[in-house]
Design a protein around this ligand. Structure first.
Ligand SMILES: [Zn+2]
Length: 455
């Protein structure tokens, strides 16, 4: 038997059923989890590789951000407390001004923030110059499902950001040929339908057909805005999920970011088709609405969790877990005296196996099991805000944060050790990103508050 390349000794570990194994040894090799043993059992049969002391640490599956925007990392500080329409007034000029170099600098900053927050997989919803994001993801060791932005409709979309259906397919095919399966299959290329309001029926038909032929997924914003619902009722005489269904797209290969402005019958339809809702609580609570999470859970649906990018917050799925739990409790639990409107553990499921299902990798990541990809994070639980506790998984949801992430392993490779990157120059990336922020803001005509002005 081939030996392990990495072994973590003496850690606690979150099992797929959310119980905890203590004093575990996890052996990793060829990018996979080779063996998990409790120290009280017979020692493992696999020869050990590099040893990592796991005492005082909890091994969790790497977190999965199932809807994000790597090209919006440099928008931080430009959208909070701004009045509508942020999309037309800020986002469009910003994205239009991005060059491949800017997107690369943005993606690199985005990836170090992700890894330091324990996020080992991200689903990119689509922005410009996605080759730059894919290249950064390959180089920096993170796992990603990346879609390019394709839009062909809408008065508020400038011509430079539009492409027709055949162009949209061609752009995605090129990205697919260049990057799908890259980095030992860490990178998957998907189609993107940015939203129904910016997509013609021709674009929807073309993406539906070609994504099926290529056996890849489609990432979309679904039922995010009331405007979108009105557009669908006016244009198709259907609600958003029903529109996707009429194009044959509503199913396990459709990642439905937001999924907030849904009628109950759309949720039932999504359940029947196996479509994947992904909640973005911070973003939804700002301007979009409450998700109907209790109904989805009652129907047994798998749900993913997401940050929706760093423009308005940090890339922190711990915060999103707590925020969603509180929001659902406030909206649905309070008035019926139901403290279990959203159990804490369900939010942890969303950030791990729910996200894995949403990115079509449920068999590969999202739980710590022998044979799965070795994407795992080790949290320092020997701290006053976590230990001692009578219920460790619940305490992780309610009290842990990115700064508790001590080591990060993606695809069997230790990328972050003691919160230091082993092969990534974090300082250089932050410097490059600061320079890119200056360039883009000037080009896009976005006002930046001091101290950025004049630097
Ligand atoms: Zn989004």
């Amino acid at each position: 038997m081939t030996g392990a390349e990495l072994a973590i000794h003496g850690c606690s570990m979150l099992n797929p059923d959310f119980s905890i194994t203590t004093d575990a040894t996890i052996r990793i090799g060829q990018g996979r989890i080779l063996e998990i043993t409790a120290n009280s059992q017979e020692p493992g049969s696999i020869p050990a590789g590099t040893a990592l002391d796991g005492h005082g640490l909890l091994a969790l599956p790497g977190l999965i951000d199932a809807h994000t925007h790597s090209a919006q990392q440099l928008l931080r500080g430009s959208v909070v407390d701004e009045l509508p329409m942020i999309w037309a007034r800020i986002l469009v000029p910003f994205e239009s001004a991005l060059t491949p170099e800017d997107v690369y600098a943005s993606a690199r900053l985005f990836i170090i923030e992700n890894l330091k927050a324990g996020i080992t997989t991200f689903a990119e919803a689509g922005g410009p110059h996605m080759q730059a994001t894919a290249r950064a993801a390959v180089e920096m060791g993170i796992r990603a499902c990346i879609s390019p932005s394709t839009m062909d409709l809408g008065d508020f979309v400038p011509p430079a950001m539009k492409m027709d259906a055949s162009q949209a397919v061609r752009v995605t095919e090129q990205l697919y040929q260049e990057f799908n399966g890259a980095g030992n299959d860490r990178i998957h290329i998907w189609f993107g339908i940015r939203q129904l309001m910016t997509s013609s029926p021709e674009l929807l038909r073309a993406v539906a057909a070609r994504s099926k032929e290529m056996k890849t997924g489609v990432h979309t914003h679904l039922a995010e805005h009331l405007d979108e619902v009105s557009f669908c009722l006016r244009t198709y005489h259907k609600r958003p999920a029903e529109v996707f269904d009429s194009f044959g797209m509503l199913g396990p290969d459709l990642l439905c970011a937001h999924s907030v402005r849904l009628a109950d019958r759309e949720i039932v339809l999504m359940r029947e088709r196996g479509a994947n809702p992904v909640h973005c609580p911070r973003s939804n609570l700002g301007s979009h609405g409450f998700s109907k999470t209790p109904l989805m859970l009652a129907l047994g649906m798998s749900i993913g969790l997401a940050t929706d990018g760093a423009s308005g917050t940090r890339l922190d799925l711990f915060e999103q877990m707590r925020l969603l739990k509180s929001a659902v409790q406030g909206r649905y639990g309070l008035e019926i005296n139901d403290p279990l409107a959203l159990p804490a553990i369900e939010t942890l499921r969303m950030a791990t196996s729910g996200g894995a299902n949403a990115v079509r990798l449920g068999g590969e990541i999202g739980t710590l099991e022998v044979g799965k990809n070795a994407d795992l994070i080790l949290l320092d639980i020997d701290q006053p805000h976590i230990s001692p506790t009578a219920n460790l998984p619940q305490t992780i949801v309610m009290a842990a944060g990115p700064s508790d992430v001590k080591h990060v392993i993606v695809d069997g490779r230790l990328v972050l050790k003691n919160r230091e990157f082993l092969e990534i120059d974090e300082e250089a990336i932050r410097r490059e990103a600061a320079a890119a922020l200056q360039r883009v803001s000037r080009r896009a005509g976005l006002a930046l508050p001091s101290p950025y002005l004049g630097r």
